[in-house]
Design a protein around this ligand. Structure first.
Ligand SMILES: Cc1ncc(C[n+]2csc(CCOP(=O)(O)OP(=O)(O)O)c2C)c(N)n1
Length: 571
């Protein structure tokens, strides 16, 4: 049966068909017909953000936590350009996001119309696909395709630009058949990518042979493990072979941290024993990662003795940063299952003992009473591991990655690839929509928090009980650390003033606490978790605390800085 509908109604219908239950957006002139139609679809919940960047991050957070595409909506011009950082963030971290933007009417395009911008041109390199829909007849198919492209294969953001007159255009609409709808629903429950490469392509037998004969093998698990939900397969493979597992920043929570085979995080701020193990390894089984420069350090000196088996969905990643001896192309879960069948049991005992010998007991690096380590330990005790943490970017991001013990799958969410400050607060809003029963903590520095703290208003208006923690050191800490280590302590533009966060929370009608010493942490965290709505806890940490160890940029993994560099003696 066909119906006469406007383009805007078709957009809402397709969103419903695609199983969308929430979208994050901000209205404006060119997207008004869509917003006019929206109230007729009460099951499509719309969350009004305070800045479109936050809409994109919230859609991204929703996507990462649910495995389903997150949706954001903006008007043309400044609304659309405000999405850019969020789309680039989603692109770098393979998050399925569908962005819908209004565009000026077709007859105004190319005439510098009010709020016209070439958002297709702008987002071309930071989306998996984008399209300007020039006829409402094509709207349904383009939108459906947008969802399919966002979620299929290696997930990523897709932008659909819809001129205002196309939203108003009336067409005969034939809804997707019931069969189609249930097929769409079924496909959503399949982990991303598993339809593209049903079987591993690459030499499994050669990979199994390398795994059987290596003396010092390591598994490096990346974001692909989380995207493919390959948790059980990864654990089984590690246990069957006794190979220790390293989790990259985006691979964290892909493998339980208390597991005896878990080693830790590699790379720039990775533990010394992890990086040493990499440098001594004779085989690295890289699963769903791109061997990013923050992981490898100087690639020329990375894992000099190791052959690399690269398990990867995206063929363009293979050989891009490090050469692979064997490439197994496909969905991580599928390939790990096949590898499991192909490998024989072993235990790698000697190698594990060797790595244990490389481990040092961490010496307390923090001078202040309120250490990041202490805060995260109390947070773990109070949440009992039952919480998802969304971190921002900077020193606190590294502490949150390394010091909280992630046991449950996909409970650590952060902007790894783009390193986008301001991600945590709006990202956590999206995560909470995907996991309405889960306590969600957004942990930011005082710099990143001030980039998107306007979203407290969104939480209040929409009653989203995200708990916010600010690690306030009075600096753009990570940049200050680099200035201390590599720029002779010239703290140029890194001291940063903050408002009184407790009063700020109060102004929004939100509960807030300031924690100045270790003794106050537990009570504040407990109280924040006890209030039903959003809450904020500011931790006044030592101003010049540093993240150790650190591989200097461009150096090899064998050259860690493990303590404060000596102050420069001026001539
Ligand atoms: C949008 C954006 N701008 C600039 C940077 C560069 N940058 C990386 S870390 C950092 C400092 C972050 O400071 P803060 O949020 O206070 O966190 P801290 O490092 O102190 O924990 C900056 C400026 C960035 N990553 N993202």
């Amino acid at each position: 049966m066909t119906e006469l509908l406007t383009g805007a109604h078709v957009m809402c219908r397709v969103l419903l068909e695609e199983g969308v239950d929430v979208m994050f957006g901000y209205p404006g002139g060119a997207i008004m017909p869509f917003y006019h139609a929206l109230p007729e679809f009460p099951t499509l919940r719309h969350v009004l953000v305070r800045h479109e960047q936050a809409a994109a991050h919230a859609a991204d957070g929703y996507a990462r936590a649910s495995g389903r595409p997150g949706v954001c909506v903006a008007t043309s011009g400044p609304g659309a350009t405000n999405l850019v950082t969020g789309l680039a963030t989603a692109m770098m971290d393979s998050a399925p996001v569908v962005a819908i933007t209004g565009q000026v009417p077709r007859n105004m395009i190319g005439r510098d119309a009010f709020q016209e911008t070439d958002i297709l041109g702008i987002t071309q390199p930071i989306t998996k696909h984008n399209v300007l829909v020039q006829d409402a007849e094509l709207l349904a198919s383009e939108l459906r395709e947008a969802f399919a492209i966002a979620r299929e294969g290696r997930p990523g953001p897709v932008l659909v630009d819809v001129p205002k007159d196309v939203q108003n255009q009336k067409i005969e609409y034939e809804g997707r058949s019931r069969q189609h709808q249930s097929a769409a629903r079924a496909s959503r429950s399949v982990p991303a990518g598993s339809r593209l490469f049903p079987r591993a392509c690459g030499d499994l037998r050669e990979a199994a042979e390398l795994i059987a004969t290596a003396q010092r093998p390591l598994i490096m698990a990346g974001h692909g493990v989380l995207l493919a939900a390959a948790y059980d397969e990864l654990r089984c493979l590690a246990e069957r072979t006794g190979i220790p597992v390293i989790t990259t920043l985006l691979g964290i929570s892909g493998f339980p941290e208390s597991h005896p085979l878990h080693l830790g995080m590699p790379g720039m701020h990775g533990e010394v024993h992890v990086n040493r193990a990499i440098q001594q390894a004779d085989l690295i089984l890289g699963v769903g990662l791109r061997f990013d420069d923050r992981v490898t350090g100087n690639t020329a000196a990375f894992a000099p003795r190791a052959k690399i088996i690269h398990v990867e969905l995206d063929p363009s990643e293979v050989g891009k940063n490090v050469p692979a001896t064997v490439a197994l192309l496909g969905d991580c879960r599928t390939i790990l299952r096949e590898l499991l069948r192909a490998v024989s049991p072993r235990d790698c005992k000697d190698w594990r003992a060797e790595i244990a010998g490389l481990m040092k007991t961490r010496t307390e690096q923090y001078r202040g009473d309120l250490s990041p380590e202490g805060i995260l330990q109390v947070l773990d005790e109070e949440t009992k591991g039952r919480c998802t943490i969304v971190s921002d970017v900077g020193q606190h991001q590294m502490w949150v990655a390394k010091l909280y013990p992630y046991e449950r799958p996909n409970t650590h969410i952060t902007s790894g690839g783009l390193g986008t400050m301001g991600f945590a607060v709006p990202g956590a809003i999206g995560v909470r929509f995907a996991r309405p029963e889960e306590p969600v903590w957004a942990i930011s520095g005082d710099g990143g928090f001030q980039m998107n703290m306007q979203e407290i208003a969104t939480m209040v208006q929409e009653q989203i009980p995200v708990k916010m923690a600010i690690f306030n050191n009075g600096y753009l800490g990570m940049v200050r650390q680099w200035q201390q280590f590599f720029h002779g302590r010239r703290y140029s533009a890194t001291p940063i003033w903050s408002p009184d966060y407790v009063k700020l929370a109060e102004a929004y009608g939100v509960a807030g606490w300031r924690v100045e010493n270790a003794g106050q942490s537990r009570e504040a965290i407990r109280a924040a978790m006890a209030v039903p709505g959003p809450a904020l806890v500011e931790f006044l940490i030592e101003q010049e605390a540093n993240v150790f160890p650190m591989i200097p940029p461009g150096a090899s993994l064998s050259e860690p800085i493990e303590g404060e560099p000596a102050p420069l003696v001026s001539a």
